[in-house]
Design a protein around this ligand. Structure first.
Ligand code: PFF
Length: 464
């Protein structure tokens, strides 16, 4: 049904890289990373984190770009059909259809599930950015303010506005919508992140002489090995998938809009580098030290609410806090927006290419779908009158720790074991530099899938 002649394409190289960085750099970097790193031992968490980045993250990123560019050339931008096309070379079409369907179903299901809460956090960020400017949370206990925010149905307007913006951007298409937004928002995120990081390291110890922000920085970079547990190891692997947008097929989808000979090796490395700069350097140097300076070593071991419950405290008592508060929440909003656009586009592309639904109509269908799947979390706070979002936490846990990893594994096995050396040729085609054969054999065929299986085994150990 899809026709490659009519496929949209990225307008420029820089636009492509910014859009891909926008896809990866998201709430995972600024909202999720600080709380999972702080809760799982800080520096000790960073050891399995970097291991998973090199052994799983980078190789899987290369695979998603490769499958995506290949599928795009055949007119398909969603992971199921793309895996099917690749796998068909090596296994019977019937088996390839089954594999493609499984991958497609996981990609679709996970994307919808992620958005049942991800779009809410984008809405909260927008709401909090506005409330920072109006000074609404100044002199109010941040925990109480968060609860009031969650239980008040009026605040759902920010969620709906964010969804409408997303739908509008996706309707405009790849180069005129997604790329145009990424070109504005991505540089802004980096500038805002640098402002916050500078503020963090110059903060001193405003609350307790033992809690200087530099000590907070030390907490991330000085591993205390006694804190290394199996839970921190598996959380680190899950975080790598989440932050790099792997295991949903959304990197594949963006790669499907490439020119056939675009250099995907350099682009993959650039995406990983830009994402890690935002996560480890910017979020690691701003969110964790700022929280440490105000909350201390125990206080930062927060929950999903660290960004919303802890940081406003900080801005309330800081000179220029309203402005810094707005900078922080707009940063979160932009970061979430450029990632959510990628997930939204993935679902619209699926409707467009596989079911022939026109892009505009598709964007409206997905808008309604998001309202429906987001309803339980909207209702959870309003009905219970509490900000303790159990359903939310559970979904995030399942996504981060199990579901993304499964699709990642299927993608790597498809390329490295079914398509084999042709997969490497496809990866290297048009590249300025090449992935060596030994790397592909060692990582893609062995270390990456084996590590994913080991991580999955540890994740699921409570169930067997
Ligand atoms: N990589 C993005 C982030 O870090 O926020 C987007 C994303 C990908 C979110 C995968 C969630 C997810 F499961």
């Amino acid at each position: 049904m899809a026709d490659n002649q009519n496929r949209d394409q990225w307008g420029s190289k820089i636009g492509l890289i910014l859009a891909m960085a926008g896809n990866a750099v998201g709430l995972g970097n600024f909202w999720r990373f600080p709380y999972v790193a702080a809760t799982n031992g800080g520096g000790a968490f960073m050891i399995p984190y970097f291991f998973a980045l090199i052994v799983i993250g980078l190789p899987t990123m290369l695979v998603e770009w490769t499958i995506g560019r290949y599928g795009g050339a055949q007119g398909h931008g969603t992971v199921g059909p793309m895996v099917y096309i690749q796998a068909k070379k090596a296994i019977s079409p019937k088996k390839a259809i089954i594999l493609g369907s499984v991958c497609g179903a996981i990609g679709f299901g996970v994307t919808v599930l992620v958005n049942s809460y991800y779009t809410h956090i984008i809405g909260w960020s927008l709401g909090y950015a506005v409330y920072s400017l109006t000074g609404a949370y100044v002199n109010v206990d941040s925990g109480q303010f968060f609860t009031n925010y969650i239980v008040d149905p009026k605040n759902l307007i920010f969620w709906v506005i964010a969804l409408a913006f997303l739908g509008w951007a996706v309707m405009k298409g790849v180069s005129a919508g997604i790329e145009a937004w990424a070109k504005v928002m991505m540089p802004t995120i980096y500038v805002f992140g640098i402002i916050l990081a500078i503020r963090a390291v110059t903060l001193g110890a405003p609350v307790n002489p033992d809690w200087s922000s530099m000590k907070g920085l030390n907490y991330v970079w000085n591993p205390d090995l006694s804190q290394l547990t199996s839970a921190s190891v598996v959380t680190a692997a899950g975080q790598i998938f989440f932050t790099l947008s792997l295991g949903m097929g959304i990197i594949c989808n963006y790669a499907s809009y490439l020119q056939p000979d675009e250099d995907i090796v350099t682009a993959s490395v650039a995406t990983v580098a830009l994402n890690e700069f935002a996560e480890v350097i910017l979020a690691g140097t701003s969110v964790i030290p700022i929280s440490y300076a105000f909350l201390g070593p125990e206080g930062i071991k927060g929950s999903i609410g660290l960004a919303f419950m802890a940081l406003p405290n900080v801005f309330t008592s800081m000179t220029g806090g309203r402005i810094f508060g707005a900078v922080w929440f707009f940063l979160l909003f932009f970061a979430g927006f450029t990632s959510a656009i990628a997930m939204y586009n993935y679902l619209v592309a699926l409707l467009e290419e596989e079911l022939g639904v026109e892009r505009k109509k598709g964007a409206i269908v997905i808008f309604i779908l998001y309202l429906i799947v987001g309803a339980p979390i909207a209702a959870e706070g309003i009905v219970t009158g509490e900000a303790n979002l159990i359903y939310f936490t559970e979904v995030d846990n399942w996504i981060g720790n199990y579901l993304l990893i499964v699709l990642g594994l299927l993608e790597v096995i498809t390329l490295a074991w079914l398509v084999r050396d042709e997969g490497l040729e496809e990866m290297n085609r048009g590249g300025l530099w090449h992935v060596p054969k030994w790397f592909y054999r060692l990582f893609h065929q062995f270390l990456t899938p084996i590590s994913i299986i080991v991580f999955l085994g540890v994740f699921t150990r409570d169930y067997w």
